[in-house]
Design a protein around this ligand. Structure first.
Ligand code: ZN
Length: 304
């Protein structure tokens, strides 16, 4: 996996986007696309795309090859701009691809983004005339789906995120799995318990040691008040839901050593301490469950 963008807030060159591919292949999917073209260029400069066996074509940079040839599909967790801005801006340079998402997300992209007014009608649904570069693939929650041309199987689950629905994607390949969560809030006592349902669905994979890495957002530090979370998590919220996950798996030993790559830390204009270090410290201070927290870094490559 290559992190193309890992933050939220005013870090507009570094917003959520992760390229995932089976090692040694020229096939990848991209989870969210807050920062896409810039993220690929940064990744190329860092050399983290060097092992992708691309078809030579002198006119294109390596980043361009990866976008046009390697990436087979987008998995979009929700339509908030910090998760789709890069997709919009790179779309004129892109090759035709499917966009996999829950129906609500695809409808928002169709009606409010690729609608011929905010941006070109890049999709195969919505008002005419359409460019039809992207084909919207509505996913059914909990049902695995093969991503054509990638050898990857993806399953989506809904997440609660302020006034919209977000998505978790489980990506599987030859019995190995990685789980990417778009923005999510903690389960509320009177809510749909979406995290609880997701944990129940993926618990067998943890018990069978097929899932070692989860990508999840922590947007604010612990001091952020409950009524100003905007559907996001603080370190204490992440720790609590991971304790729930351990319980659902049948014991904390099932999640000991689980790698949680922490994404989506909010960048602001405040002077002083790095919010990434601050959140990392709060996660470590409360880490009584043996989770291996890693703060996601732009242009870093992770073997999962
Ligand atoms: Zn969001």
């Amino acid at each position: 996996m290559v992190a193309l963008g890992v933050r939220s807030g005013v870090a507009d060159g570094n917003l959520s986007s992760y390229l995932v591919r089976p090692l040694g292949t020229n096939e990848a999917v991209i989870c969210d696309a807050g920062t896409l073209g810039h993220g690929l260029k940064r990744a190329e400069a860092r050399g983290v795309l060097d092992d992708i066996p691309i078809m030579p074509d002198s006119a294109l940079s390596r980043a361009g090859h990866v976008l046009k040839q390697t990436v087979r599909a987008y998995l979009i967790s929700h339509a908030h701009l910090d998760h789709v801005a890069g997709l919009v801006l790179s779309s004129p340079e892109d090759t035709p691809k499917p966009i996999y998402a829950l129906p609500e997300t695809n409808t928002l992209l169709t009606e409010h983004l690729f609608n011929g007014r905010i941006w070109g009608a890049m999709g195969d649904k919505g008002p005419e005339p359409r460019i039809e570069k992207y084909s919207y693939k509505d996913m059914v929650a909990g049902e695995g789906q093969n991503i054509e041309g990638s050898g990857l199987e993806v399953t989506a689950w809904p997440l609660s995120h302020a006034s919209t629905t977000s998505t978790a994607f489980l990506i599987q390949h030859h019995g190995r799995a990685i789980l990417y969560l778009g923005d999510t809030q903690a389960d509320q006592p009177d809510g749909p318990q979406n995290l609880q349902k997701l944990w129940k669905a993926i618990a067998p994979l943890l018990r069978e040691k097929k899932l070692h890495t989860i990508i999840m957002g922590v947007t604010y530090p612990d001091a952020q008040p409950e009524n100003a979370l905007c559907g996001q998590l603080r370190p204490k919220d992440l720790l609590q839901t991971l304790r729930d996950l351990g319980h659902i798996c049948g014991g904390r030993h099932h999640i000991r050593g689980l790698r949680v790559l922490v994404s989506h830390v909010k960048e602001t204009f405040h002077e002083g301490n790095s919010p990434v270090q601050h959140i990392y410290r709060e996660l470590q201070d409360g880490n009584d469950i043996g989770i291996h927290f890693m703060m996601a870094e732009q242009s870093a490559r992770y073997l999962v």
